[in-house]
Design a protein around this ligand. Structure first.
Ligand code: THU
Length: 149
């Protein structure tokens, strides 16, 4: 995982980061207060985003990343080249460390990346934090589960 300053990002990353920060405002997280926004860059250049949605039955919660994936799938997109995940803990202006996708989200991302081929670059952003982190699904989920026909 590489740490870098947001000023070093190319234009497509900057646009995707803004989409992730924007959708993060839609997070429904009354239980954890942890807001997450995820934005996927699809093969045709379209950006599809999602936020975390919690529930009083805590286990029913859906993460921002999977929220974006199922939305993209319904729109007919499964080829993702880049994803930004932006997080913010609570409402104070204190900086939040970037957070990596959970195991379930990694597994779901891996499936579509394997299906389509190619690689998924992932940028992690914490609100108010100086640096962002650049990684990939290959780095986050080596040897992911796949059913062999
Ligand atoms: N969350 C995500 O949205 N993505 C992850 O990869 C991990 C966790 C959400 C779920 C829950 O609403 C909150 O963060 C705290 O766990």
């Amino acid at each position: 995982m590489k740490e870098l300053l947001p000023e070093k990002l190319d234009k497509p990353w900057v646009v995707l980061l803004e989409a992730a920060r924007k959708v993060r405002l839609k997070a429904y997280c009354p239980y954890s207060g942890f807001q997450v926004g995820a934005a996927l860059l699809c093969g045709n250049g379209e950006i599809v985003s999602g936020a975390n949605v919690e529930n009083a039955a805590y286990g029913s919660t859906i993460c921002a990343e999977r929220s974006a994936i199922v939305r993209a799938n319904a729109m007919g997109f499964r080829d993702f080249s880049r994803m930004v995940v932006s997080v913010r803990a609570g409402t104070s202006s204190a900086p939040t460390e970037p957070a990596a996708p959970c195991g379930a989200c990694r597994q779901m991302l891996n499936e579509f990346v394997a299906l389509v081929g190619g690689e998924l670059q992932i940028l992690l952003h914490g609100e108010g934090c100086q640096k962002v982190r650049l990684t990939s699904i290959a780095e986050l989920l080596p040897h992911g589960f796949e059913i062999q026909e």
